[in-house]
Write a protein that binds this ligand. Structure first.
Ligand code: SF4
Length: 479
């Protein structure tokens, strides 16, 4: 991305964040770019960033970044997770997953690598990425010690500083999991399911001490202010099952995240709040309201939520249902879930399936939130569909290749690209085609006549639509 979309700072500047600039009244190049992408005034972007209701994750070292925003006034965004694991995947595969993620519309990408060559993988991903890159630094910190118990505040802060200097745009920091919260998890059906939350819980129990990320939060803020790393305050105690949804542990942590948000804002550090998890439909709106209230409207970034636990292999669907609804109620970014959730490390096809499901969810939320550009897209596609402009319909589809392949599976010939039916209903029954044959003047005349005579009997001489004849004509010419 050209340098005109990136701010420059004095070499010794202590604070280089977008929030800092916004609070000084500056519409930065990043804010201008966001305004252009969101079709909103630059001043509105500045004001939203200044009050913390919108963030622009834009590490000053990530020069290939095309700035984007996450917040209530922006379109709903989606995040894709990539990254190797100790048992699977290579550097080339991870860069491929980044390409797939960008191609299918990921607005941000989190590198969750826990395997070998973490630094090389991350550097390759940041170099190639035009979208913001997020990480969970505790994973790399854990790779540098022999066991969870050996972690300490210094190791964690050093890793955060290291990744900030590499150009990571936002980091999940599980600073809200407190020692005093752990007993609230004892009787849960699925305990603690966040990797970061689980690591910190084990560390706190081993040392009977407070979470080092909470204790060292001021040091973390200093690093984030210098490099403009946005903090994604992690939900280490998110519910991992419907039975555990909206429990005391989840909301105790959320309250702490609200306190940490205010501390970050005092230092002009941008913040978003991570959210659940597994939540039934009837509790979704309440969860969004509670987050907005306790965390002072900082952008909400949810994983799903999954609205049922019973469909391993299809959790991109169970979670996209929840994602669409929380997006509608005010969640700003949706972390995708792939079909492999709970089952294994996703491959490139799983990444695509997860992203498509989440683009549908985010778009549905944008529509419900009154986004005019989203509504125009739906209208355009519907117009192409109703006029049987198949090529245009494919072009406008979220996944054009799949849409065309499915159509062509039964009607591949070029002739059918202008046919007024598809193999779903066939020419005789195609209701859209039949609707088009209606003689509206005749219908209006018949209705007026019926009203006039107040008779329930049909009017002689008025033609019926003739639709089935037209359908048969088409079928004949098609063969
Ligand atoms: S045949 Fe049925 S599914 Fe196909 S275009 Fe017509 S109405 Fe739509």
């Amino acid at each position: 991305m050209p340098a005109e979309h990136r701010s420059t700072f004095e070499p010794g500047a202590e604070c280089r964040t977008q929030m800092h600039l916004a609070r000084k009244g500056i519409v930065s190049p990043e804010m201008e770019r966001v305004a252009e992408r969101e079709e909103l005034p630059g001043e509105l972007i500045r004001d939203e960033v200044a009050r913390g209701r919108m963030i622009i994750p834009a590490n000053v070292h990530h020069r290939s970044l095309d700035p984007m925003a996450i917040g209530l006034k922006a379109r709903v965004k989606i995040n894709s997770n990539i990254g190797n694991s100790p048992t699977s995947s290579s550097l080339a595969e991870e860069v491929e997953k980044l390409t797939v993620s960008e191609r299918w519309g990921a607005d941000t990408v989190m590198d969750l690598s826990t395997g070998k060559r973490i630094d090389e993988t991350r550097e390759a991903i940041i170099d190639a990425a035009s979208v913001p890159i997020g990480t969970v630094p505790i994973y790399q910190a854990l790779e540098s010690v022999s066991s969870i118990e050996d972690l300490n505040g210094d190791v964690l802060v050093e890793n955060i500083a290291h990744q900030a200097a590499q150009g990571v745009d936002y980091m999940t920091i599980h600073a809200g999991v407190r020692l005093e919260h752990l007993p609230l998890c004892q009787h849960r059906v699925t305990g603690i399911v966040s990797r970061g939350g689980g690591i910190l819980a084990r560390w706190m129990v081993a040392h009977m001490a407070e979470n080092p990320l909470y204790e060292r939060f001021d040091d973390i803020l200093e690093i984030c202010a210098r490099h403009d790393v946005s903090i994604s305050l992690g939900d280490g105690l998110r519910p991992g099952s419907i039975a555990d949804a909206s429990d005391a542990a989840q909301f105790a942590e959320l309250e702490t995240l609200g306190e940490l948000t205010l501390r970050a804002w005092e230092r002009d550090v941008q913040v978003m709040i991570e959210g659940p998890g597994h939540i039934p439909l009837d509790q979704l709106e309440m969860n969004v309201r509670k987050q907005q209230e306790l965390c002072h409207e900082a952008p909400f970034y949810t994983l799903g939520p999954l609205v049922t636990d019973i469909a391993p292999g299809y959790d991109h669907i169970t979670s996209a249902i929840g994602a669409a609804i929380v997006g509608w109620h005010g969640t700003s970014m949706l972390c995708y879930v792939t079909p492999k959730e709970h089952l294994g490390l996703p491959n490139a096809e799983d990444v695509k399936q997860g992203l498509i499901a989440y683009r549908i969810a985010a778009h549905a939320a944008d529509l419900a939130r009154g986004n005019r550009r989203a509504a125009a897209w739906d209208r355009e596609l519907s117009k192409a569909r109703f006029s049987f402009d198949w090529k245009r319909q494919f072009e406008l589809a979220l996944d054009p290749e799949t849409a065309q392949a499915m159509h062509d599976e039964t009607l591949a010939d070029d002739y059918f690209k202008s046919a007024e039916f598809c193999s779903m209903c066939g020419p005789k029954y195609c209701p859209m085609h039949n609707f088009k044959d209606i003689d509206w003047e005749a219908v209006r005349g018949a209705v007026a006549e019926r009203k006039r005579t107040r008779s329930g009997t049909p009017i002689a001489g008025h033609p019926v639509s003739g639709d089935s004849q037209a359908g048969e004509r088409l079928a004949t010419t098609a063969v």
